[in-house]
Design a protein around this ligand. Structure first.
Ligand code: NAP
Length: 277
């Protein structure tokens, strides 16, 4: 597994992590679905994708419980990220939400705690004051945001008095490249990690048809990789980017873990960029 620095921290994270939306519990507790989710997460961890992304919003907290059961003290050095929902962005609510997430995760400290979406209701300065309090109390190690624009990232950074913003989690894939309009460049310039969510377009890339997908299949065939591996690798060609695909199937998990072991050539990168522009 390859690692990349997390923002300007001294921490590194695997370039391919494990998304959890849909891995057990997104519809609330269901024991058979939970068992499948736990199995998938453990398989992913065995394949060295030791970076799990979850959120209090997923399954109203149940996804965090599934993550806790998958970990159950058996894995070392797994980087665990969760997210606080905008309805909990007031100062006291952030502190309470973090404690609830920690309890569900069965942990004393989260590695990364992210603001799930920007809020138009609560000033980011208030939320960031609470995030710094959590960091100061040792309940979280790093602070991140998600779905923030460049302006919102700037404001979030300026609201922090002594911590640095580590990351922005945003959608990025061959079929959704809106981050290229500024967010990607800002993250690279300011030393933030861009955590790419839905890097397989929520399953649209595996199923995609048409001329751009023909180019993707041609590149994949020549390299002896699957189209999904090439699509993920394309995202990872960008500095400062790591990806968190969600996969429940074992063959998908194996494919995704392998993506960190090779590199797309620059000609293929450019061809794909053009084909999907
Ligand atoms: P995704 O990872 O782009 O796509 C998931 C789909 O792709 C699943 O149907 C999965 O199938 C399939 N898949 C995975 N690997 C594959 C492979 N190698 N070959 C073929 N198919 C493959 O979509 P996502 O779940 O939306 O995004 C990933 C994670 O990002 C989420 O789980 C969540 O943690 C995070 N996220 C965050 C936000 C946010 O607002 N911050 C929003 C959306 C998502 P199987 O499950 O059957 O294996």
């Amino acid at each position: 597994m390859q690692f990349r620095p997390l923002g300007r921290t001294h921490e590194s994270v695997p370039v391919v992590g494990l998304g959890t939306w849909g891995i057990g519990g997104e519809m609330g507790p269901d024991s058979s679905h939970d068992e499948a989710g736990i199995r998938a997460l453990r398989q992913g961890l065995d394949l060295e994708m030791k970076f799990i992304d979850t959120a209090e919003m997923y399954g109203a907290g149940h996804s965090e419980e599934v993550v806790a059961r998958a970990l159950e003290g058996r894995y070392d050095k797994v980087f665990v990220a969760s997210k606080v929902s905008p309805r909990h962005f007031a100062y006291d609510d952030v502190l309470a939400a973090a404690r609830r997430s920690l309890k569900r995760l069965g942990m004393k400290q989260m590695d990364l705690y992210q603001l799930h979406w920007p809020s138009s209701r609560i000033p980011v300065s208030e939320t960031m004051r609470a995030m710094e309090k959590l960091a100061g109390d040792g309940l979280i190690r790093h602070i991140g945001v998600s779905n923030f624009s460049v302006e919102q990232m700037k404001e979030a950074q300026e609201s922090l008095s002594h911590e640095k913003l580590a990351s922005n989690q945003v959608e990025f894939s061959l079929i959704d490249r809106s981050v290229e309009a500024g967010i990607l460049q800002y993250c690279q310039k300011e030393g933030l990690t861009l955590i790419a969510y839905s890097p397989l377009g929520q399953g649209k890339i595996p199923r995609g048809k048409g001329s751009s997908f023909k180019v993707l299949d041609e590149v994949a065939g020549r390299l002896g990789k699957s189209r999904n591996q090439v699509a993920l690798n394309w995202v990872l060609q960008h500095d400062s980017v790591v990806a968190i695909p969600k996969a429940a199937a074992m063959d998908h998990l194996k494919e995704n873990a392998d993506v960190a072991e090779w590199k797309l050539g620059s000609e293929d990168y450019q061809r794909l960029a053009k084909a999907f522009s």
